[in-house]
Design a protein around this ligand. Structure first.
Ligand SMILES: [Mg+2]
Length: 320
């Protein structure tokens, strides 16, 4: 690369750490980090591939944001506090305009959550971004997928379906009309860190929704050894979604669209007031059903059972 690897890292990624628990950050062989006493280290990693996870030509500011946001969302699902990140970049060329935008989006979100970038790697190759985020949580309070019990209420945060709606509009042939609010949900996911922290000691099970609500719910159910009922009449259909799509499409987008990065969680009915206290105008919390004995996910409309397709996004499943 015209811009050397070390120069590239120094210019775009080596920032003074905002944290006292980074004993050694970028520049040594590895980072040295101090985990608070009594807490477990929480680690998550995710890779974004151009053409697979984002369209070629996507604003690099948004790619930088999303690369970190999808990992923060996994930490949110554990009830963890994010602290540190590592970044591995495979770049076709040292395109400085791209790097500047990417670094801006990445550092902006990192700054909001006090996340220090403590290491990484750059190589020449196809555009592939791997981020790892590390954080911590009180060991006994970590949220998991297993733990849901029959009778628990099932909640989802925010507005699932909006990101998939934005993508659908973007890909619609000949369509010039893309709702900027929907596109923003696709390009700038909002990790639900505060909600995840608030659910410690409240939720019996939680996960983030990245591959479609129904498919992810089926994973949570199978991890917990339970079944679930989803009340289709209770699904949160956002005003933007309803303005752009017919009711049936709205439901499909909410249930099967991907890239939501909302939290799906289960709470005993006796704790539902604690859930209400965690809702905010920008993060409503909607009860969409309940956990039951058995296995699998059933759909109810006006109290009557209706077939609902599972099947979220799976990278390794052949396209239909
Ligand atoms: Mg996840």
């Amino acid at each position: 690369m015209a811009l050397g690897e070390f120069e590239l890292i120094a210019r775009y990624f080596d920032r003074a750490s905002p944290r006292g628990d980074v004993l050694l950050g970028v520049g040594d062989d590895a980072a040295l980090l101090e985990v608070p006493a009594g807490q477990a280290l929480v680690a998550a990693t995710d890779t974004l591939v151009e053409g697979r996870h984002f369209l070629p030509g996507t604003d690099p500011d948004s790619v930088g944001h999303q690369a970190l946001a999808v990992n923060l969302s996994d930490l949110a699902a554990m009830g963890a506090t994010p602290a540190w990140s590592l970044l591995s970049l495979s770049l076709p060329a040292a395109d400085e305009a791209w790097l500047e935008g990417f670094a801006r989006g990445f550092h902006r979100l990192a700054g909001r959550y006090g996340v220090a970038l403590v290491g990484g790697d750059t190589v020449r190759g196809p555009l592939v971004i791997t981020v790892e985020v590390l954080g911590f949580v009180e060991t006994a309070l970590a949220l998991r997928r297993r733990g849901a019990r029959p009778g628990d209420l099932l909640f989802v945060s925010g507005w699932p379906g909006e990101a998939a709606a934005g993508l659908r509009q973007l890909l619609a042939p000949g369509s010039g009309s893309v709702d900027p609010a929907l596109l923003r949900r696709l390009r700038y996911a909002e990790p639900r860190i505060e909600l995840g922290r608030g659910l410690r000691g409240v939720a019996t099970a939680a996960m983030d929704v990245s591959d479609g609500l129904l498919g992810d719910l089926a994973r949570l159910c199978s991890a917990s050894g339970v079944g679930a009922v989803v009340e289709l009449d209770s699904l949160p259909l956002s005003p933007a979604l309803k303005a752009a799509f017919a009711l049936g499409d709205c439901e499909r987008l909410v249930l099967q669209g991907g890239d939501d990065y909302e939290l799906l969680f289960c709470v005993p009915a006796a704790r539902s007031e604690a859930v209400a206290a965690l809702a905010t105008p920008s993060c409503p919390l909607t009860c969409i059903g309940r956990i039951e004995t058995g296995a699998g996910v059933r759909g109810l409309r006006h109290g009557l059972e209706v077939p609902i397709a599972e099947g979220g996004y799976d990278h390794f499943r052949p396209a239909p």
